[in-house]
Design a protein around this ligand. Sequence first.
Ligand SMILES: Cc1cc2nc3c(=O)[nH]c(=O)nc-3n(C[C@H](O)[C@H](O)[C@H](O)COP(=O)(O)OP(=O)(O)OC[C@H]3O[C@@H](n4cnc5c(N)ncnc54)[C@H](O)[C@@H]3O)c2cc1C
Length: 386
Amino acid sequence: MPTETFDAIVIGLGAHGSAAAAALARRELRVLGLDRFARGQTMGSSGGHSRMIRLAYFEDPAYVPLVRESWSAWRGLEDETGLPILTQTGGIYAGPAGSEIVDGSVRSARAHGIRHEVVDGRELARRWPVFAPVDDLVAVVDEEAGMIDADAAIAAHLVVAERAGSVLRFGARAVDWRPAAGGGFEVETDDGSVAGSSYLVIAAGPWMSSFVPDLGLPLAIEREPVAWFEPVVDPSSVALGRLPVWVMGTPEDGFFYGFPFDAEHGLKVSHHHWGVLTDAETIDREFRPADEARIRAFIRRRMPGADGSLRTSTVCMYTNTPDLRFVIDRHPAAAGVAYASACSGHGFKFAPVVGEVLADLVVGGSTARSIDAFRADRFRQEPVAG
Ligand SMILES: Cc1cc2nc3c(=O)[nH]c(=O)nc-3n(C[C@H](O)[C@H](O)[C@H](O)COP(=O)(O)OP(=O)(O)OC[C@H]3O[C@@H](n4cnc5c(N)ncnc54)[C@H](O)[C@@H]3O)c2cc1C
């Protein structure tokens, strides 16, 4: 029997669970939010100082309206809480001529009227001397991109939830959820307590598959080391206001990305999709010499102005789907339960919209937003005829 009852329980208070808690609380629902780790932790996928918000989305123009809605929502959240979250920096998306990142960025920018410019590798290095002047390189400069302070973004959503009366428990691991005898759901935590609710949102990040194995989601956890370096160019030339956020596709080693210099941490550079699969419980969280070597090899070829000492580092996780799109859906066997695995290394920026969609799905059973591309049934194999 539940010892307490709520309108909604949210399991996982990372980017998407915190946004869902805020969205539900804004609808005047009494919310219980649970997270297995401490407040402000960096054990899942959401911790840290910076996440990109790119407008000219090279992956698919269909993301652009969601980015725009998210951008407005982040600004609204700043107004609501007084916390600074979003900084417009512009964005650079570079790669060989004709590559996915270049052509995809231009396609999205044209389709959605995003102010942009296309420059060659020499012009890129002239404007931002931190980069090497590479001949076979084209860069799309997106004026509207920016960066999100990830810690502040989550803190702001939690403030909204708490101001509306939500109860948030950290260090509280949900160990089971089940339909309750009289309707609704029960969630049991590792201290043995049981809470009841009408609605349940599950946003467990890299722990999604182990917490809801019956969904059979084809999620893969990828180890993602991140490093910050001392620049060897004038720091003012790579500072906020000068260097945009950037992503560079290389023929030899995939995508790298980075952010403007910040005096506290350095110049952030990392590899997008390291290709090392792991498990959320057993991941190697040490930043290894081989991790630094891989990033430094890129820096020496493409970004020599970042080739200073290693200032700090961390190891994070991506939760990837096979098509690198998100999964946001209702539980097929339990009306009132919705879940999101919105990562694949690019989901943070969408959190305010994902939170609203999750609230729509549990409360009303559907959402006015177009989420067909994110439904879980796309992973179901069609039987092969004959
Ligand atoms: C290095 C890195 C760089 C990235 N860069 C970008 C970027 O530039 N732009 C962008 O848009 N996106 C980016 N992403 C992706 C983005 O950060 C993720 O999409 C997002 O953080 C996922 O949030 P989440 O809430 O789904 O998962 P998480 O943040 O992992 O949250 C899940 C939470 O659930 C909790 N939990 C799990 N199981 C339980 C349980 N049983 N009981 C209670 N709590 C539980 C965990 O403690 C955790 O806090 C990046 C990701 C990484 C790792």
